[in-house]
Design a protein around this ligand. Structure first.
Ligand SMILES: [Zn+2]
Length: 348
């Protein structure tokens, strides 16, 4: 029992005790009223002597009978109240406020929060600000402004959750890029962490809600070299100075050119072998595929009122659950959302 609860219990007992004592006083007052010198019973008793002899015995008996009934009722009520009062007093005195309370279980941050904050700290130290925004978006912010054309598979309702009023649960955190550029203009350097939603059937590597982290840097003269330098610096600070990154050409509607980025495995340091066996996080490849990146598409800049002939920028994004699963050897990302304390407590 917590200290606060002990205090509450004592208070409840005190209230009950005061109530019982109040009722006992009422009964005593009632007793005086019904049987005292000024009561009607006293009047009747006085009259006994004045009554005719033949009727006197009967009258006296009736008065005595009434008196007995009244006294019995009052005595009964009084003794049961006295019992209750002494029981309440015993209970109150048994509550020992000097016994140390049981410590409440201390909570701690969720594994995803720990990882997110670590990444945020690195980017804040590189001059980025953390940007947050809404999770329910219009098609314009979720698709159009991101250069995702009508008819693109991502826009299909089998991939995106829609509300009954036609709003989309954002399917990527890139929406924050658009809103941030509209709000702050350029130059801009932001990191946007947040929940995203896709109509995936939950399995070991998929959940319909997961977290993305997205970075955006727009300024004059920004090139692919800045993208590579930034991502490499971040991963070196995360996994050690010997971490190597590589970029593979890819395609995303909102970047051009686009690249997927990998980094040398933090466990086997790119060898693919760990303690004589095939390394688990990288599956023996030596590389870990982490996310997508590229130079912000001129159409995206234009949608935000930014002149792509003057400004250029890079963006990158990746999933937090996948990164956490690799780092902490979690074989099923659903564990992260099932709130089993035995699982969560491992990451204190
Ligand atoms: Zn490895």
């Amino acid at each position: 029992m917590k200290l606060g609860q002990i205090g509450d219990l004592r208070q409840i007992l005190e209230i009950q005790l005061a109530d019982a004592e109040g009722r006992l006083r009422q009964i005593k007052d009632r007793s005086v009223e019904l049987t005292g010198k000024k009561s009607r019973l006293a009047e009747f008793k006085k009259q006994i002597g004045k009554i005719d002899t033949e009727a006197r015995a009967e009258f006296a008996q009736a008065v005595q009978s009434i008196e007995k009934q009244i006294r019995d009722a009052l005595d009964g009520a009084e003794s049961s109240l006295n019992e209750r009062i002494s029981a309440l007093k015993a209970e109150r005195d048994a509550v020992d406020v000097t016994i140390p309370g049981r410590r409440p279980r201390t909570g701690h941050l969720h594994v995803l929060t720990i990882l997110r904050q670590k990444i945020e700290d690195i980017f804040v130290s590189m001059g980025y600000t953390i940007e947050d925004d809404r999770e329910i978006e219009t098609d314009y912010y979720n698709f159009d402004a991101l250069n995702i054309p009508e008819g693109h598979p991502a826009r299909e309702s089998q991939d995106t959750f829609y509300t009954t009023t036609g709003l989309a649960l954002r399917s990527q955190t890139s929406t924050v890029q658009i809103r941030a550029m509209e709000r702050h203009g350029v130059p801009i350097r932001i990191l946007a962490p947040g929940k995203v939603f896709r109509r995936d059937t939950p399995d070991m590597t998929h959940t319909p809600m997961f977290h993305q982290l997205e970075g955006l840097c727009v300024d004059k003269g920004i090139t692919m070299a800045h993208l590579k330098g930034t991502v490499t610096e971040w991963l070196k600070r995360m996994y050690g100075a010997d971490t190597v990154t590589r970029f593979r050409p890819s395609y995303f509607p909102f970047t051009e050119p686009s690249a997927e980025f990998d980094f040398s495995c933090f466990k086997c340091h790119g060898t693919g072998q760990f303690e004589g066996e095939r390394c688990r996080p990288c599956k023996g490849a030596g590389w870990i595929e982490l996310g997508g990146s590229g130079m912000v598409h001129p159409n995206v800049l234009r949608a935000c009122g930014v002149d792509p002939t003057v400004y250029s920028g890079f963006a990158f994004g990746f999933g937090l659950e996948r990164m956490a699963a690799l780092m902490f050897n979690i074989d099923d990302i659903r564990h992260m959302f099932e709130n089993d304390v035995r699982f969560l407590e491992q990451f204190n």
